[in-house]
Design a protein around this ligand. Sequence first.
Ligand code: IPE
Ligand code: IPE
Ligand code: MG
Length: 224
Amino acid sequence: MNPLNHVAIIMDGNGRWGLRNKNSRNAGHRAGLNTVEKIIKETIKSKVKFLTLYAFSTENWKRPKKEIKFLFKLLEDFLKDKVEDLNKQKIKLKIIGKKNFSSKLNNLLKLSEKKTKNNKRLQINLALNYGSKAELIDAFKELKKNNIIINEKNLSKYLQTRNIPDPDLLIRTGNTKRLSNFLLWQLAYSEIFFEKKLWPDFNEKDYNKIIRNYKSIKRNFGKI
Ligand code: IPE
Ligand code: IPE
Ligand code: MG
C-alpha cells in the first residue's frame, strides 16, 4: 500500500455546473466551496498531511471582470468566516502564487497564514494567482542572482513549494485531461486521476475511491 502524504487537486467544472443547474457560472463557484469543505474534512480523516488546491491560475485573469470579482469576494468571505475554524482544527494555511491582489485581500491572506502557521494536523496550500511557468522562471532568476548552482535540490528550494513534499496524487475534476500550468515540476512522479464529475458534484465517496485506487498502484520511480 502506497503511503499518501500529499494530495493536489485541480478543482475544475464550477462554471459548467453553475450554468447547468442555476443558469449562472458564479452559482457554480459558490457550490464548489461546499465541496472544498467536504474534501478538507475527508483529507483530515485520511491522515493526509498536505492538500494543495488550485483555486485561481495566472491565466484565469483572462476571464470576465465580473466573474473574477465574484471569485475573490467568495474567497474573502470564506477566509473571514472560516479561518478561526481552520485554526481550531489545527490546519495550517499557506498561499502559493503571487500575492498581488488588493491590499485588503493581501493582508487578509497574510493574516490567515500567520494565524495558522504553527498548526500541524494538515497543511492546505491554496494556489492563488499561481502559474507553474512563472514560478519556475522566478526560481531560476533567483538562483542566478545569488550565484547558486542549478541542480534539482537547489531549484526545489527556490520554488514556492519549498518545504512541501511533491504531491503523491493529483486529481482533476471536470472531465478535462490537462495540467493547466499547475505544479509542472512537482508533479513529475505523481499519480494522476482525471475525474469526469464537475467539482461541485465531487464527493467524499468519489475521493475515497480514488485514494483506494492510488494506494494499490505499483509506483516504480524508474525501477522495476
Ligand atoms: C474551476 O472551475 C474554478 C476556477 C477556475 C476558478 P471553472 O470556472 O473553470 O469551471 P468550468 O471549467 O468553466 O466549468
Ligand atoms: C484550472 O482550471 C485552474 C483552476 C482550477 C483554478 P481552468 O478551467 O482555468 O483550466 P483551463 O483554462 O480549462 O485549462
Ligand atoms: Mg475550467
